[in-house]
Design a protein around this ligand. Structure first.
Ligand code: MF3
Ligand code: CO
Ligand code: CO
Length: 275
């Protein structure tokens, strides 16, 4: 019994490594890169009048045409290939037949499986003409992600990310969501370490050992931090006070010299971008 368990945990550890060898890092880099290219592909289609179901179909086809898989499809029963979270939807919105309208904000969250490795990233897009408030919230969500990235150090504690983002959220007067976190990622979609965006004490002893791959993906609300859901569809999470919510997500590999962002291309919003 003991031996079996040891064999199992060893095999499991080998299949789902938390600290990646150089070769494994190469696989994960390719997944992050491809996933970022999916966002590059879909960005121009996000316009007033397009339905989120159309965006979903386009991403699904693009991903499969390149020989890869959309990881969301069928993940714990999720029915579509991307998450599309519009306005007061915090995360896990299901693409549907409602056309996007000028003034909406929509987060597109894409996850791909490339040769067994997961790539995960998202961004919030402004649809047509948005109110200054919506634009400002999207800016704050983007800046919050980069504030979190700025707190990353080799062998640093995960709690530093939460301290930095929570402080920034207070300054900008937004609610930083606590009910959803970033996560380790590799040969599994979600694994250790959990990456809270506020300073939760259990994150103190989670250490960013070089070779760790994870996401930072803060959700910020124009109003209160609290969320409601999932709704009746089993997935959609909204702000409790129905205020707008925005999110950006990057996938990051900690190296000996600092964080390497795996989901950044020259086409997406660069650090310092103004919306
Ligand atoms: N991509 C999301 C994340 O950043 C997870 C979506 S799970 C799904 O972790 F099932 F809703 F697709
Ligand atoms: Co994601
Ligand atoms: Co994620």
């Amino acid at each position: 019994m003991f031996l079996l368990r040891r064999l199992f945990t060893r095999r499991r550890a080998a299949r789902f490594p938390l600290y990646l060898t150089d070769e494994e890092q190469t696989g994960l880099r390719a997944a992050g890169r491809f996933n970022a290219e999916v966002l590059d592909f879909i960005r121009p289609y996000v316009q007033p009048g397009v339905t989120t179901a159309t965006l979903d179909g386009l991403v699904d086809e693009y991903t499969r045409d390149h020989g890869h898989l959309p990881a969301c499809h069928g993940y714990q029963g999720f029915p579509k290939s991307i998450c599309t979270s519009v306005n007061e939807v915090v995360c896990h919105g299901i693409p549907d037949e409602r056309p996007l309208q000028s003034g909406d904000i929509v987060n597109i969250d894409c996850t791909s499986i490339v040769d067994g490795w997961y790539g995960d990233a998202s961004e919030t897009l402004l649809v047509g003409d948005c109110s200054p408030r919506a634009r400002e919230l999207v800016q704050t969500a983007f800046d919050a992600l980069w504030v979190g990235i700025g707190a990353l150090r080799p062998f640093g504690s995960v709690i530093d990310i939460g301290h930095a983002i929570a402080r920034f959220g207070m300054e900008r007067n937004v609610g930083v969501v606590e009910t959803f976190q970033g996560h380790g990622i590799g040969r599994r979609f979600h694994q250790d370490p959990g990456i809270p965006h506020t300073p939760m004490k259990e994150a103190r002893n989670r250490i960013l050992v070089p070779g760790t791959c994870f996401t930072v993906e803060p959700m910020v609300n124009a109003g209160d931090k609290d969320t409601e859901g999932p709704l009746g569809d089993g997935w959609t999470v909204i702000t409790r006070d129905r205020s707008l919510s925005a999110q950006f997500e990057h996938q990051i590999l900690m190296t000996e010299t600092g964080p390497e962002i795996l989901t950044l291309t020259q086409h997406g919003p660069q650090p310092g971008h103004r919306f």
